[in-house]
Design a binder for this molecule. Structure first.
Ligand code: PXP
Length: 254
């Protein structure tokens, strides 16, 4: 059974659009913690937040509250900087996903180049792992990066699905699915947990899970939060879970 990790960064994006730096009066809306608890109740198996260096959406206080209140694992996405490593070692979330971070980007654009920065990332992963934190590396679906994540001591790889989601032709999409499938099979054979995410939505997710082996958790944010504005977060989560769980035959009948 494939699990759903809900990325709730964009609940905070909406709050920050109005309440950035707000210190007075009623708690600003929408409430990130309430959203996470609602999603947990609707079946999300993990809550993911990206604490960015520029604090453009999720704030430190959000992470602290989530860490205290959530019953499902908190997956903290972060850059592998000394400041963020120290932060994670104090917070001790269930899982840390190491991601590349670039101030100019709208969202995480590519995977982490673990192969190109192996000694440093191995040190970061080792420190986090020794503190009891599961370590994930967000990588492009390339064998070299899977091998490097394994060598760095990560327990999980999260395959970047952006190129699949953004492919504009069937041929390109199929090429990306094959790339994803090969990387996932290789990671599974190495004993790594295989997660995936970025740009997955209600229309492309089924094809993805049918073609890619060993999937454990999909981390999905924007599509579910966007749908939640129209139908409510619990229903948006439930609809995605139904897609992840539906037997193939019932979808073919649609
Ligand atoms: N996984 C990682 C590592 C990400 O950085 C993001 C985007 O913040 C996601 C998953 C979710 O992507 P999306 O919001 O496109 O579903």
């Amino acid at each position: 059974m494939i699990e759903l990790g809900l990325n709730i960064d964009h609940i905070a994006t909406l709050r920050e659009a109005r309440y950035r730096g707000w210190k007075r009066g009623l708690p600003p809306e929408p409430n990130v913690l309430q959203a996470a608890v609602l999603a947990e109740g609707a079946g999300a198996a993990q809550i993911t937040v990206h604490l960015r260096e520029d604090r453009r959406h999720i704030q430190d206080a959000d992470v602290r509250e989530l860490r205290k209140v959530l019953r499902v694992p908190l997956n903290l996405e972060m850059a592998a900087t000394p400041a963020m490593s120290a932060y994670a070692l104090r917070l001790k979330p269930a899982e840390v996903c190491l991601v590349p971070e670039n101030r100019q980007e709208v969202t995480t654009e590519g995977g982490l180049d673990v192969a190109g920065d192996l000694p440093r990332l191995r040190k970061v992963a080792r420190q986090l792992h020794h503190a009891g934190i599961k370590v994930s590396a967000f990588i492009d679906p390339e064998i070299e990066q899977v091998d490097a994540a394994h060598a760095a001591g990560a327990q999980v790889v999260e395959l970047h699905t952006g190129a699949y989601a953004n492919a504009t032709s069937t041929a390109a999409r199929n090429r990306e699915l094959r790339r994803q499938g090969r990387a996932a099979a290789h990671a599974g054979a190495l004993g790594l947990q295989v997660n995936a995410g970025h740009g997955l939505h209600y229309i492309n997710v089924r094809e993805y899970i049918e073609d890619v082996p060993h999937l454990h958790t999909l981390n999905i944010g924007h599509a579910i939060i966007a749908r939640a504005i129209l139908v409510g977060l619990d229903r948006a989560v439930a609809e995605m879970l139904a897609l992840l769980r539906a037997p193939e035959s019932s979808l073919l009948a649609d």
